[in-house]
Design a protein around this ligand. Structure first.
Ligand code: ZN
Ligand code: ZN
Length: 130
């Protein structure tokens, strides 16, 4: 296991549901779509996308909500924290909310999705965000 391919840990607000994500994420990006906005209550969502086989869950099983056809949003059934996004469009991937990682500073978003839906005041000044 190299320095570049660590096991990153994370979990929900209350600690009931935990995960381990192995290796480098396939992407780290911000999503500005209204669907994510309503699902989280946040102005935009930042995800680290992993192959689902590289994400191991432990503790209380996630609750899953099908927010639209083929889109499955995972959250903690106890504290309600959003944890994951899985969509048929990205089959085989699990997108984890960056704020649920124990060390979110280790991951930097490099892309924007649905930028046309971005709230006008939601500026992103990250070193690599475009
Ligand atoms: Zn929880
Ligand atoms: Zn979205």
């Amino acid at each position: 296991m190299s320095e570049r391919d660590p096991v990153r840990t994370g979990g929900c607000r209350c600690g009931a549901t935990r995960f381990e994500a192995r290796g480098a994420p396939r992407f780290v990006g911000n999503c500005h779509c209204e669907d994510c906005r309503r699902a989280t209550g946040a102005p935009f969502s930042t995800y680290a996308g992993y192959k689902s086989e590289n994400v191991r869950w432990s503790g209380a099983p996630r609750r899953i909500y099908e927010s639209s056809s083929g889109v499955f949003r995972g959250f903690c059934g106890n504290c309600g924290a959003p944890l994951s996004y899985q969509g048929q469009k990205w089959s085989g991937e699990t997108h984890l909310f960056i704020g649920t990682f124990d060390d979110p500073r280790a991951l930097t978003p490099t892309g924007e999705a649905f930028a046309e839906e971005r709230l006008p005041w939601a500026r992103i000044d990250g070193p690599k965000a475009s």
